[in-house]
Design a protein around this ligand. Structure first.
Ligand code: FUL
Length: 502
């Protein structure tokens, strides 16, 4: 019998406390499942190995680069002359070094944007670097970025726009074949690829050609060629957070209702991969609450990626040199993306010369100083945990994500009290749930003892992989975290207190 079906049938035969639905990144809701059963199932959905790896990157960088860099546009037309592409000083090593030094763990290159111009020499079209004067048509930007990623030991991803304004076969079945060929080239010629990014943007006009994208075929192809790669946005592994501002939701669930999951959407090989883009949720503020889950047909681990550009546009334009986001703005974005259970995908677009501009580098350097200095020292590190009503409390201070605290029995609430060796001043609380067990915490508050009474410093809802909360500086030696609501037993991998530096 199909292993998953067996597991589900087994699951429905077990009593709620025994049910082990976890270790898959999806589950189906059975007709007749009670509210408690649905919540228990939601609490037991876990990321796939590639989703967990991806989440732990925290910081990833986008390089938007292409014909738009030269035409001065954000969206091209597909009619550009490839001869305008000439990054005389192109240095992909510099791009990746800048990203690496700013703490980024992976980069994604726009191998082809909506205009159809390809940054690698391809058999599928002449609209590519091969027809440009750059290196006399012998250059390959994809190869140079992939090599730099290898050198600096960071992840490499490709953005390949489904919407293609240049391709003469766009709007016919032949385009799906051409797209497969483009994927094959990108996924076989450049070593390991860690993320494939399918943009949802599509400007097909009323008189333009309409294309039915054969996503299922494309997903299967990627799974075969690069099984470790996550497929993002118009893909099954990673979700667009829903805005390009850099700000995720205060309540950000990675487990969402999905109405289109059934046996046929689950990959036969590993039983771990969903091979459809989950659907059934909206872009609104509340997409994963208990109420939202009640009517779901299935539940899926579908975490948020928060993409934003360091500049007003996605591509480099000289006139925006003075509009590069400040380090303080970027730091606020960090707290509101990584600090809200997301992965930040920050776009740093190279200029016409093929270099990241000084203005962007300077902003990133100062961001890095602010971020790393603030998080250098966990002021709670040597605290004694005086109560935690649970198991393995020390794990939350050991700096290791893989070890975690949880409650005893079936307790879904807890009060964790810590005493620091001496009074400290802090204004950031950092929490991390052990998401390899599931995302569970729904409501918490953080308090300190002011000598006479407990005072509240911050409150929150979801934690997820990482939650960062800032508040007015507090000076105290006794603090406590109250977990007021959780789906099954809450876990904490890490607990940290920090003081922001200026
Ligand atoms: C959007 C695109 O239309 C923009 O040009 C950019 O690539 C951004 C990341 O996604 O949908």
């Amino acid at each position: 019998m199909h292993a998953i079906r067996k597991k589900l049938i087994l699951g429905s035969l077990l009593s709620l406390s025994q049910v082990v639905y976890g270790q898959t990144n999806f589950t189906l809701i059975q007709p007749g499942d009670s509210h408690a059963q649905i919540i228990a199932k939601a609490a037991s959905v876990t990321p796939s190995a590639k989703q967990l790896r991806w989440q732990q990157l925290e910081l990833t960088a986008f390089f938007h680069f292409g014909i738009n860099t030269y035409s001065g546009t954000e969206w091209g037309t597909g009619k550009e002359d490839p001869k305008i592409f000439n990054p005389a000083k192109l240095d992909a090593d510099q791009w990746v070094r800048v990203a690496k030094e700013a703490g980024f763990k992976q980069v994604i290159l726009t191998a082809k944007h909506h205009d159809g111009f390809c940054l690698w020499p391809t058999k599928t079209t002449k609209q590519s670097v091969e027809s440009s004067p750059w290196k006399n048509g012998k250059g390959d930007v994809v190869a140079e970025v992939a090599a730099a990623c290898k050198k600096y030991d960071i992840g490499f991803g490709v953005y390949l726009s489904p919407w293609d304004m240049n391709s003469p076969v766009y709007g016919s079945d032949a385009y799906n074949d051409l797209f497969i060929d483009q994927l094959t080239e990108l996924l076989t010629k450049y070593g390991k690829v860690d993320e494939v990014w399918f943009d949802g943007a599509n400007g097909e006009g009323p008189n333009g050609k309409k294309q039915e994208y054969d996503f299922h075929r494309w997903y299967a192809h990627i799974r075969k060629l690069q099984p470790q790669a996550v497929i993002a946005i118009m893909g099954p592994d990673v979700r667009w957070v829903g805005t390009e501002t850099g700000y995720g939701r205060e309540t950000e669930w990675s487990v969402l209702p999905a109405d289109n999951l059934d046996q046929s959407s689950i990959s036969g090989d590993s039983q771990k991969d969903i091979n459809v883009k989950p659907s059934g949720f909206l872009k609104g503020q509340d997409i994963g609450s208990r109420e939202e889950l009640q009517t779901a047909k299935g539940l899926v681990w579908y975490p948020a990626e928060t993409d934003v550009s360091i500049r007003p546009g996605w591509f480099y334009h000289e006139k925006e040199d003075s509009k590069v986001k400040t380090p303080e703005k970027l730091l606020d974005i960090y707290y509101s993306s990584v600090g809200r259970n997301g992965v930040l995908l920050l776009n740093i677009p190279p200029n016409k010369e093929g270099l990241i501009a000084d203005s962007d580098i300077n902003s990133l350097k100062e961001l890095t100083r602010l971020r790393t200095e603030t998080f250098k020292k966990n002021l709670a590190k040597n605290a004694s945990i005086v109560s935690a009503n649970g198991k393995n409390a020390k794990a939350m201070l050991d700096g290791k994500y893989n070890t975690s605290w949880t409650t005893k029995g079936s307790d879904s609430t807890a009060v964790i009290e810590l005493h620091l060796p001496k009074a400290e001043t802090f204004d950031v609380l950092a929490l991390q749930e052990n998401i390899s067990i599931g995302q569970r915490i729904e409501k918490f508050s953080f308090e300190y003892w002011d000598g006479q009474a407990w005072k509240q410093a911050a409150t929150g809802t979801t934690v997820g992989y990482k939650r960062l909360l800032r508040f007015e500086p507090v000076n105290a030696s006794r603090v406590r975290l109250r977990i007021a609501q959780s789906r099954l037993n809450p876990t904490l991998s890490e607990f940290g207190l920090y003081k922001q530096i200026k």
